[in-house]
Design a protein around this ligand. Structure first.
Ligand code: TYM
Length: 329
């Protein structure tokens, strides 16, 4: 049985990108693998969240993970900061992580460019903390969207480096994984490449049907194609990309044909898209309220999850310390 890990930063509610990139199909995934789902609250600290909202953000992700169908009896679901072993592994891995490679990471360069006043060491070493999350359970596979590919590459590099330096075959080289399908990137509704919390272009799992309809209606379009079989501009292709994940192949083929024949009516496309997003997210939305009001359940889930995760983490750390030469007197 493979060990599979999935992580989401606690910076807000889950959106369609999180769901389709990191979660979809996990019902089967949970039964066929040893799965860990965790909430990356340490990672959220790079942007200095107000202490009064930190816990609420963690609760949102926890609630929505559960509402999306993760079964804590089958999988391990935990909060990163409940497993302090990750901090030790992060420190140890940082000794073999170099400024040159860390500062070349695309996400680091982008965040440093956007926030030049907050280029902190946590941001620089974000990929080492992520590697620590993954290597802590010696995961074989990591369930991620396309945007995390480079971080996975770095994790493999750190694992390989550790094995080479200490002459062991200890860490796996984990691969990015989407249940046998290509890694995906859900685009934003504003014509941008990626749906993301910081981009402000998200459809959230928690959005009401009315909000979803409104957001989809506002999506960028134009006056339509002028020639048969023309290439779709990015902002139209984006709508089709979302349609492909929420609708049936027949629906996609229907609108593709309309596009190719210059008969497309964006109003119809948007209506169908909103309808199918609402249908896909409906079961999740209806469970969110019940779960978020059940603090006893959330307490039980996080307590048991932390215990299971710490057991797995302690086993790894014991071996890592031994390999590196730590000994007790
Ligand atoms: P985060 O919180 O930005 O995103 C969580 C997961 O959702 C995926 N995702 C997307 N997939 C497709 N299309 C999108 N538009 C989209 N937006 C987000 C991400 O690829 C990710 O799988 N650094 C991570 C959190 C993390 C982590 C880890 C993940 C920390 N340690 C270890 C996996 C393993 C992050 O910020 O994800």
């Amino acid at each position: 049985m493979d060990t599979v890990l999935s992580g989401i930063r606690s910076t807000g509610n889950l959106h369609l990108g999180n769901y389709y990139g990191a979660l979809r199909n996990f019902t089967r995934m949970q039964f066929e693998n040893n799965c860990f789902f965790f909430i990356a609250d340490y990672h959220s600290l790079t942007t200095h969240p107000d202490p009064s909202i930190l816990h609420g953000n963690v609760k949102n992700v926890l609630t929505e993970y559960l509402a999306a169908g993760i079964d804590p009896e089958v999988s391990t679901i935990y909060i990163q900061s409940d497993v302090p072993e990750v901090c030790e592994l992060y420190l140890l891995l940082n000794m073999h992580a170099y400024l040159g490679e860390l500062s070349k990471t695309v996400s680091f360069k982008e965040k440093a460019r956007k926030n030049p006043d907050n280029v902190n060491a946590g941001l620089l070493t974000y990929p080492t903390l992520m590697a620590a999350d993954i290597l802590l359970h010696n995961a074989d596979k990591v369930r991620v969207g396309k945007d995390q590919e480079q971080h996975l590459e770095m994790t493999r590099k750190f694992a390989r480096r550790f094995n080479n330096i200490y002459g062991v075959e200890f860490f796996n080289e984990p691969v990015a994984y989407n249940f046998g399908q290509e890694l995906i990137k859900i685009p934003g509704l504003d014509g941008s490449g990626k749906m993301g919390k910081s981009e402000g272009n998200c459809v959230y799992l928690k959005d009401t049907p009315k909000e979803i309809e409104k957001k989809v209606k506002r999506a960028l379009t134009d006056e339509g194609p002028k020639e048969f079989d023309s290439v779709k501009p990015d902002y139209i292709e984006n709508l089709f990309t979302i349609l492909k994940v929420v609708s049936t192949p027949e629906v996609v083929a229907h609108f593709d044909e309309k596009w190719n024949k210059c008969e497309i009516r964006y109003g119809d496309l948007k209506k169908q898209l909103a309808e199918d997003i609402i249908k896909a997210t409906d079961p999740i939305r209806s469970r969110i309220t019940d779960i978020e009001n059940d603090d006893t359940y959330l307490r039980k889930v996080t307590k048991e999850g932390a215990e299971k995760a710490r057991e797995s983490a302690a086993k790894t750390l014991r071996q890592v310390r031994e390999i590196m030469g730590f000994k007790t007197f």
